[in-house]
Design a protein around this ligand. Sequence first.
Ligand SMILES: Nc1ncnc2c1ncn2[C@@H]1O[C@H](COP(=O)(O)OP(=O)(O)O)[C@@H](O)[C@H]1O
Ligand SMILES: [Mg+2]
Length: 390
Amino acid sequence: MDKPFVFGVTAVGDNFTDRQDEAKRLLANFLSGVNTVLISPRRWGKTSLVRKVGKMAEEQGVKVVFLDVFSHRTEAEFYNGFATAVIKQTSSKWEEWVENTKSFLSRVRPTISMGTDPNVDFSVGLELDEKRETVDEILSLPEKIALKKGVRVVVCIDEFQQVMDFEEPATFQKRLRSIWQHQSAVSYCLFGSKKHLMSLLFEKKSLPLYKFGDVLYLTKIDTDSWVNYIVARFESSGKEINESYARLICKMVDNHSSYVQQLSWLIWLRTENRVDNESFCFGLDDLLNQNSMLFQRDVEYLTGYQLNFLRAVCDGLDSEFTKKDVIAKYNFGTSPNVTRIKKALADKEIIDVSSQKVTLVDPVFGLWFRREIQHKQILPFTSSLEDENV
Ligand SMILES: Nc1ncnc2c1ncn2[C@@H]1O[C@H](COP(=O)(O)OP(=O)(O)O)[C@@H](O)[C@H]1O
Ligand SMILES: [Mg+2]
């Protein structure tokens, strides 16, 4: 039997739930050649969604190329990775890889390396120089292959925010835009995690990728969909959970995709037949303990003021931090100090500030913080929840 719940990997098959609307929109973009920019915080489900839609588009004859640039530190690494991914994923035979490399990348004197199984281990090494034509040739590769094969190509670039760390991000983006905007058979799906960085990339008028494509902000999967999924997964693996507990799982982790799956899994492990108070609480405890080291480390880098701010957020405050009594109660110092604290925590991606409201980026960090730092009891159950509407 498949694992009933997965986390830390791309969700596929029976482990993928909901997202019908987003999938429809993304698929339409893929099929009709519209560029897409997909943005959400980490581990909400971007990669899983793009992978799923990529598969659907492939079934309709579109070639889909995936590239993850998370580990790319320089522009040169990007070009190598880009060329390798495009060549490898647009054809099935390695003979074709070699041929395409030679004919379409003539300027960059490619070296091709292969492992014991050339169908799997294949990479292109490029001798890059600073010349504009060299880079243009690489960026034009998908269009050339698409035209030669008479197919539409979609290039999906994961963790795209990474390009902001390149030496000259604006020049780099200008290069991409100037070549990509003239391509007729290729479209791009750029997606990434750091919300603010991604918005900066695509929404600031002065930046080259402004209005590059259809911008999709991925939201959370709603509670009803999660509840159906959780109940069904327990059932198909021979165990049982009632709706109230399934709802409580969503509530505890604020519908955060990866945590819903992780908490469900931990509770599932602790359950013999039917989820009860004990297995639920043990599962939740496991979740906090498993993340404890990471959270502990995050907290060690915070100032006293920042910790006080988090105490206020964990007490339920989401705005009006500069009110006199709030400043006094949480010892924030001055009102300008509050602005600085807020900015520092947002930069560290511990809090998120949108429409003036502050929320914690990581809901499990909030639970942990309440347990460890505020010394508050977060497991308010003394009686069974079986019949309670939570
Ligand atoms: N549609 C989905 N259905 C079920 N679980 C999902 C879904 N999308 C994401 N998840 C859960 O969230 C985790 C992170 O998903 P991922 O696609 O890697 O997110 P991102 O790319 O945004 O970081 C997955 O491992 C899985 O546990
Ligand atoms: Mg991802």
